[in-house]
Design a protein around this ligand. Structure first.
Ligand code: RIB
Ligand code: CA
Length: 313
């Protein structure tokens, strides 16, 4: 089976970092490139963090591009309270030495997708959707070259994590999310409804440290820092590891369950800005435009991540 060509759009972010490591450790993927977007922290940090993680994985050859520094319409909202001022607090990783690619990520997305065969590339989005939406606005024809877009974002029965109704990735750029959800692209959404069902455990984080590798040590350090916020917020014994759900789904879809639904994004009301309105019970005649994931085999998910990260240096 030839590897699946993927592009990762990301705002590292410790959970993004684990997702990128999972992708780079898995021969089932050909990671064609990584595009950074402003989100958890400003773009100058997310692009540097993406390069830090690639170097940790021994992939200083990876193409990393910087994309949009702010959302399409609204001002940038960041999340240093969760990820620390560097966005990768706890990693202990040095400044990157591998180069950042010339050119804007949006332009690279357009030219790369146009050069791909129909349904030739899978997009994995781990942050606000600004880059991909800007590419679709610039070149609507790229949708035909996308096999599927698998995102971490949104929330419905679980509500929101940045407002009572909105999850961070969608809240930061709701207009970009609206572009994606109305583009006709084949869409798979991993909302808080699934990510909150797979909480890290102390034992699991310690098992990464016990790998005795640079990757295991850096990952454990990142997650030690990252989980404290969610444990305080939710009062749980561990925090959710949101972004790796996207790559785990592509690796082992049997770990997940969901339903085809219509999803709309609130872009008018300040009260519910960025809410993903999921017609889970089909009470409207709106056509389903997204496969919404809401179940996960948490044990299988964490076993997969550990097994793959153990392959890295
Ligand atoms: O709400 C969780 C999402 O927001 C994750 O992608 C996390 O990295 C942040 O970007
Ligand atoms: Ca993210």
């Amino acid at each position: 089976m030839p590897p699946r060509p993927i592009i990762i759009d990301t705002d590292p972010g410790q959970d993004d970092a684990i997702a990128i490591l999972l992708a780079l450790a898995s021969e089932e993927f050909e990671v064609v490139g990584i595009t950074a977007v402003a989100g958890n922290v400003p773009l100058r940090l997310t692009e540097a963090n993406a390069r830090r993680v690639c170097e940790l994985a021994g992939r200083s050859d990876m193409k990393v591009f910087a994309g949009c520094a702010r959302p399409l319409v609204r001002p940038l909202v960041t999340a240093e309270e969760v990820h620390g001022k560097t966005g990768l607090d706890g990693s202990g990783l040095p400044d990157p030495t591998m180069p950042l690619q010339d050119g804007h990520a949006v332009d690279w997305l357009v030219e790369t997708l146009r050069a791909a065969p129909p349904q030739g590339l899978t997009l994995c989005t781990l942050g606000p959707l600004t880059n991909v939406a800007a590419a679709m606005i610039k070149a609507p024809d790229i949708v035909d070259h996308i096999a599927e877009l698998v995102m971490m974002g949104g929330g419905y029965f679980e509500g929101g994590n940045v407002t009572p109704t909105a999850e961070f990735n969608i809240y930061v750029d709701p207009h970009a999310a609206h572009v994606i959800f109305s583009s006709g692209v084949k869409l798979v959404m991993h909302p808080l409804d699934v990510t909150h069902k797979a909480l890290m455990s102390r034992e699991w984080i310690d098992s990464l440290r016990a790998l005795g590798t640079k990757t295991g040590t850096a990952a454990a350090g990142m997650l030690d820092f990252y989980e404290r916020f969610d444990m305080e917020k939710y009062g749980e014994d561990g925090g959710p590891l949101h972004d790796p759900c996207v790559l785990a789904y592509l690796l082992q879809p049997e770990l997940f369950k969901g339903r085809d639904c219509n999803v709309q994004v609130e872009t008018g009301s300040e009260l519910t800005m960025g809410m993903t309105v999921v017609d889970w019970w089909r009470v409207t005649d709106r056509r389903p435009n997204c496969h919404v994931i809401n179940q996960i085999d948490a044990a299988g998910f964490y076993d997969l991540i550990r097994e793959r990260l153990a392959r890295l240096p």
